[in-house]
Write a protein that binds this ligand. Sequence first.
Ligand code: NAD
Length: 483
Amino acid sequence: MANLSEQEIDLIAQRIVADLTGRGGATGGKPEKASSIPSSTGEIGIFSTIEDAVKAASVAFCQYDQMGLKKRNEIIASIRQSMRQHGEALARMAWEETSLGRFEDKILKNQLVTEKTPGTEDLVPVAITGDNGLMLMELAPYGVIGAITPTTNPTSTIINNTIGMLAAGNSIVFNVHPNAKRCSCYNVAIINKAIVAAGGPRNLITCVSNPTVESAQALMKHPAVRLVVVTGGGGVVHAAMSSGKRAICAGPGNPPTVVDETADIDKAARDIVFGASFDNNIICADEKECLAVSSIADKLIKAMTYNGALLVTKEQLPALEKVVFKKMYGPRQEADIDRSLIGKNASIILQKAGIRCDDSVRLGIVEVDHDHPLLWTEQMMPIFPITRVRDADEGIDFALQLEHPRRHSVSMHSDNLSNLSRMARECDASIYVKNGPMLAGLGYGGEGYTSFTIASPTGEGMTSAKSFSRWRRCTLVGAFRIV
Ligand code: NAD
């Protein structure tokens, strides 16, 4: 599928603005770049400066705060309906703008967040009664949230954050990833349209049309922003934690999967190839490396090759290393990856290393020793290292080291209850999947809600509306106990 040209993307952005503002900007003249959409189009949530974006979101919050829960629910229903309608177009825009991942998988990610992000039902109050009367605790909004979003899941994160944060009663200012600003601004614009259509305030979610790291930092420090929520790598997590604000931080992972000798090996192979190749491995929670008990390692590798993986040989590994890494720092160290290969199809990366294959290959797999940087580095590419371990105990201990430990996500394929339990306890991760692809932990093919902001450094884990709320207590002394 051909990439859209710059001009075509600009025309799309121009059409969106024209459609949403009724200005008919698409007729004649030079196409208006998404990055130069003026602040006067504030009704759709896109502003030139952080100051204007925060101001507009502050006004919108005051209006939203006066609307009841019924209106909140109607607004969220309208957003879900709009995202059902536009999810595929958003996936295409994200894929074409960022060149990361797989278009068809991005559609599934948008569907997942649209359907499985919890709404206001997540805000469960607590009531305690006794001889002294009644204590009621409820979850209240913070006000304006500053949210920083990644390039790897640009639209899915915006949809997911929006539903959760609005369900909690907040307004939002997004500083989106500069490399995904067109699809992200478009996403913000059409969500605003859905909010207004449901009778909600304008600019309930806003963003800047030309986001930068500096504008992200200005947003984090803005006095009107009460809560900072960041989704990205180590740099943005560090910046948020140093902002002096309450911060919810979703950072990098390097999820290991351990397969022991009691597992259903064919199923484990299918699950791992599916999970590790989904959207070309750019989801932070995708499997990033496998630790296979020696007695079943050959069988597992063979089964993976029957399910869309291509085995890179020992002789081919040095060429692959040269392609994937710009610089290596020795045994057990994270290497510098070639960022231009993040999220590319396996066939593109393998062919660059001189390995013949076609595009039906979903995942390149390679056996490595324990020291190899492929195991220790978060590649975010469909190149998947496998290493042998003596037994499940060694696998669990080593998985813990490979995870750094970021306490993000881990998985295990096993039928042995004590191995499964030990993995759960030792790895202490936000997400732990037993006998399924890691995606099941995001609610895709597994039970439970979804989140694309998995906050391990600050402890919220799978964030949802209640994470974006603050507890308030009201005590009534001596009354309202009804028994
Ligand atoms: P990134 O860190 O390059 O960018 C994320 C966002 O942070 C962008 O909007 C960027 O402009 C901003 N940013 C970066 N450095 C900053 C700084 N010093 N100050 C202020 N803002 C800054 O990440 P990315 O490439 O977009 O995403 C991939 C990374 O994010 C991976 O490490 C992945 O594991 C992680 N991630 C984690 C989760 C999660 O839920 N835990 C979800 C998605 C991605």
